[in-house]
Design a protein around this ligand. Sequence first.
Ligand code: HXC
Length: 510
Amino acid sequence: MKEIIDELEQRRANARLGGGQKRIDAQHKRGKLTARERIELLLDEGSFEEFDMYVEHRCTDFGMEDQKFPGDGVVTGWGTINGRVVYLFAKDFTVFGGSLSRTHAEKINKVQDMALRNRAPIIGVFDAGGARIQEGVDALGGYGEVFWRNVQASGVIPQISIIMGPCAGGDVYSPAITDFIFMVRDTSYMFVTGPDVVKTVTNEEVSAEELGGASIHTTKSSIADGAYENDVETLLQIRRLMDFLPSSNISGVPELPTRDKPDRVENSLDTLIPDNPNQPYDIKELIQKVADERDFFEIQENYAKNIVTGFGRMEGRTVGFLANQPMVLAGVLDSDASRKGARFVRFCDCFSIPIITFVDVPGFLPGTAQEYGGLIKHGAKLLYAYSEATVPKVTVITRKAYGGAYDVMASKHIRADINYAWPSAEIAVMGPKGAAEILYRSELGDKKKIANRVKDYEDRFANPFIAAERGYIDEVILPRNTRMRVARALNMLRTKKTENPWKKHGNMPL
Ligand code: HXC
C-alpha cells in the first residue's frame, strides 16, 4: 500500500509542477503568481478541492504526443470564500502558455456545469494565449463549448473573470460574457489580436499596454470593471467582492452581521449640498454615509465617472448604489454613463439586489459628439434597465432632476417603489436659466428682465414640492435621516412581488 500511496503523491507533485520549475521561475520573474498560488490566495485556507489533475491532451500533431503535462494548462475545482462555495478554473501559463486544447476545455466545462447545477458562482482566472495552435478546430470547438455555457449561466449564477496575464483570442471572449472583469495593472492585457497581428494587418505600431492594458480597459473601453496593483491585491479584492454577491438568482442576497445601526443620523449630510447650485460636491460621501460601516465596493471607478455604481450593504444585506456624480461633468448623463448604469442595474436585477439611486442630474449631455455616438439609444438602455427591473428600488433626489434624466433615474413613473427628495431638490424640465431663455427669447437683450424671469422660474420649480403635491415624490426627507429612511423603505419592500408580462425576452436597445 505504501508504494501505491507514494506513487499517488509522486503523481500529484508532478502535476503541481505544471510546465516545470524553469517556467514557474519565469512566471515569478514577471511578477506573476502561478495558477495554484493564485487559487490558494483566493480561497479559504485548505478549502480547495481539485478536479482532473491528471488529464492530458490527446493531440498527436506537431510532435505533441511527446509533450504532455498533467492538468493540461488549467487548474479546476471548487472551494470556499468566507465559507461560501465557489467553483473556479485558473489557467496555468507554464503549460503551453495556458492555451486551450479540447481536453483543457472539457475540464473548464465540467466546473461550469457543476456551478450551474449547484447554483454557485464561478470564477475564471485568465493568463493565457488563446486557442492551442497545434489543435486547430478542436480548440475552437472547445471555446465554443465554454462560451455557450457562459451564456446559459448568465443571470443564473454570478460569473467573474480575473485577468492576470496576457489574454488573447478566445481568452477574451469568455470573460466578455461574464458579469465582471478585473485586471492586474502592468502584467495583464486583453486583446482579440495582439500587437504583432495589428502591425501586420493595419500597419499600426502599438504596445500591449496601449492596445489592451488595464489602463485602457478601465478608462477607455470599459471592458474591465476594476484593476489592482498586483496579483495579491487583486485576489484579496475579489474575495471582498464575493462577500457582496448572491450565490445565484434564487439564493437571495448574503447577510453579514453589522453593528452599524439602521437609524444612525448623519448630521453632516444637512450641509452636503452647497449654497451655490452650480457648485459640485462628492456624491460618494453620501453613499458612504448611508451604507453600513461606510463599506462601498465601487464598480467601474475610473470609467464614466459622472455616474457612480457599486455595492454596499444596508442592515447587513447587499444593495446596489447608483448615483450621479456632480464632481464630474456636473453629473450629466452621457452615452458612457448611461451604458455603465444600465449594465449595473441589470446585474442587480438578475440577482435580486435592491437598488438605491441618488439623483443629482442636470440632464443628458447635448452636442454632436453625443448624438453621433448614439446617445438616444445609450440613454434608452438605462431607461429600459430601470423600467424592466423588478427588484426593490428606492430613489433619493438630492438636488437637480431635470428633463428626461428625471424620468430615467428611477423615477416613480418607471416604477421605483419609494421616491424621496431632499428639501434642496429641484425637479423641472430644465434649469431655470435655460428655461427662461427659451420661454422669453424676445427679452434676451434685457439682462434685468431675464434675471427676473430666471428668479420666477426658480421660485416656482427649484424645489421638490410640486412633484410632492402630485405624489411623484413620496416624502421630502431631512438629509441627515437618509440612511434611516432608506433602510426602513428596504425593510418594507422585502416582500415585494411584481412580475413583468410573459415574454421570451425583451428587445433592449443594444
Ligand atoms: C500553443 C502557446 C500558445 C498557443 C503561447 N504558447 N501561446 N502554445 N498555443 N496559443 C506557448 C509558447 O509556445 C511558449 O511555450 C509559452 O506558451 C509561453 O509563450 P511566450 O510567447 O514565450 O510568452 P510571452 O512572450 O509572454 O507571450 C505570451 C503571448 C504569446 C502574448 C500569449 O505567446 C502569444 O501571442 N501567443 C499566441 C496568441 C494567439 O494568437 N493565440 C491564438 C488566438 S486565436 P514554451 O514551450 O516556450 O514555454 C484564438 C481563437 C479562438 O484564440 C477564437 C474564439 C472566438
